[in-house]
Design a binder for this molecule. Structure first.
Ligand code: CA
Length: 265
């Protein structure tokens, strides 16, 4: 099933960073132009002007990731691969050239996508670049639009291939919720739920018997920016009961805890 994501520009406007890109290029003007264009697109950009500096940076980011210092307020899925999402690597660099650097990165088991840049356009360079582990290759001079398009394609492909950990079904009596398939069965029958209803039920079923106040539910499901009142919660609970309960007026799954809120089970 294709994922429907907000447009990348829209995400940028809403302050969501699309990923961190490392630009390794010794020519200041080119490095700066690429950096500005990517920042404008909503990427987080870090730059290194030679192979050695790039390698140091990669190691620092890797360490920061494993020590969890990027983990503040991030969920596990956001945290994975948070340190670096893409490397744009120029072929001609001081100290360690692009090919050797690419080889070293791959030898360390780092699978971040690499887009290689080169002034040389020969087939051999391209082939060697790809052989040492680059994912794509762009010949200078190139248009910035093309560079952005290649970056997007690489990131998309990479994210598609990242293995999602298997999430088991959450079951309670004769109700089963399959988080990855966005599917719920009630007494063995598939029942359709809106995304909000799904999220609410997922939360309830993840914490059986825990009491949630309306305010807590608004905060967790609708988010802190939601403008509206707690009646919204009651309406959704009613809809959920109609789908879950044998007798919605005498609920046994989604129970009202008078004066406090609701609980599941
Ligand atoms: Ca160069």
């Amino acid at each position: 099933m294709p994922l429907t994501l907000p447009s990348e520009r829209a995400k940028h406007r809403s302050g969501i960073k699309l990923g961190r890109v490392l630009v390794v290029e010794d020519e200041g003007l080119i490095s700066e132009t690429i950096g500005l264009a990517l920042t404008d697109e909503g990427y987080d950009v870090v730059r290194a002007e030679d192979g050695r500096a790039a390698l140091d940076l990669i190691h620092q980011l890797k360490e920061a990731e494993s020590s969890g210092s990027f983990g503040m307020g991030l969920s596990v899925s956001q945290l994975s691969n948070r340190s670096l999402d893409l490397i744009i690597l120029d072929l001609m660099l001081p100290y360690i050239n692009g090919l050797d650097l690419c080889r070293l990165i791959r030898r360390e088991g780092i699978s971040v996508p690499i887009l290689m840049l080169s002034a040389k356009g020969s087939e051999t360079d391209r082939v060697v670049g790809l052989e040492v582990g680059a994912d794509d290759y762009l010949t200078k001079p190139f248009g910035i639009r093309e560079l952005i398009a290649r970056c997007r394609a690489l990131l998309r492909r990479h994210h598609q291939f990242q293995v999602q950990p298997e999430q088991p079904a959450i079951k309670y009596q004769d109700i089963a919720l399959y988080p990855q398939e966005c599917r719920i069965t009630v007494r063995g029958v598939a029942v359709s739920f809106s995304p909000k209803e799904f999220k609410i039920l997922e939360l309830f079923m993840s914490y059986p018997r825990r009491v949630w106040s309306r305010e807590q539910l608004l905060e967790r499901i609708w988010g802190p920016d939601f403008i509206g009142d707690s009646k919204t919660v009651d309406v959704h609970i009613r809809w959920l009961r109609e789908k879950l309960e044998v007798d919605p007026s005498n609920p046994t799954y989604l129970v009202t805890v008078r004066g406090f809120g609701y609980r599941f089970g």
